[in-house]
Design a protein around this ligand. Structure first.
Ligand SMILES: NC(=O)c1ccc[n+]([C@@H]2O[C@H](COP(=O)([O-])OP(=O)(O)OC[C@H]3O[C@@H](n4cnc5c(N)ncnc54)[C@H](OP(=O)(O)O)[C@@H]3O)[C@@H](O)[C@H]2O)c1
Length: 152
């Protein structure tokens, strides 16, 4: 627990899923099992997962698949395009702000999640819905791996 730092605690999947905002931080093959139990009514689920072979999704984005699994939770795709050490580093760089892309089909959920990243110092860009935004963000998309700094 010391390793996790202040403000972080461990809990069961059911306890975690009782939070207003849940981050789905599991590897893609583990997603169905990880989201199977909890009741998702009223939750926002942040999806940072990467399916490294989205070719088997019949043209759907991985976040659309996640959204179906956790319906009626509102899914926001974000924080998947760069490595954990970049995510954890100071988003204020060289007088600019690291860009955090997000997408989702619920405007209020995106506003809420975007606000969290803005409060942490990121410059948030809304790419639209889980389909069009997800296509840009997910593995193999044009924004995957892009670590951009926005200058005012
Ligand atoms: N790491 C990165 O740099 C990075 C960057 C961008 C996006 N992502 C994406 O973020 C996701 C998580 O990546 P990660 O690097 O954090 O993976 P990770 O280090 O392998 O951690 C995955 C965690 O999921 C847990 N887990 C597995 N099945 C579960 C289940 N059914 N219920 C609850 N927990 C379960 C594992 O617990 P056990 O250890 O007990 O099995 C493990 O703690 C992936 O989809 C990855 O593609 C990662």
């Amino acid at each position: 627990m010391q390793e996790l730092g202040d403000g972080v605690s461990a809990g069961t999947v059911d306890e975690v899923a009782g939070a207003d905002i849940v981050v789905l931080a599991v590897m893609w093959p583990d997603v169905p099992q990880a989201v199977d139990r909890p009741a998702w009514e009223g939750r926002i689920l942040i999806d940072p997962t990467n399916d490294f072979d989205p070719s088997d999704l019949n043209g759907r984005t991985s976040s659309e698949v996640v959204a179906d699994l956790v319906a009626p939770a509102r899914v926001v795709k974000t924080a998947n395009i760069f490595a954990a050490d970049v995510l954890a580093s100071d988003p204020r760089q060289a007088g600019g702000q690291r860009v955090m892309f997000l997408s989702g089909d619920d405007a209020d959920a995106k506003h809420e999640v975007g606000g969290l990243f803005e409060a942490a110092g990121f410059f948030v860009i809304d790419l639209g819905g889980l389909r069009e935004g997800g296509q840009m963000q997910q593995f193999g998309g044009p924004l995957a791996g892009e670590n951009l700094i926005r200058f005012a």
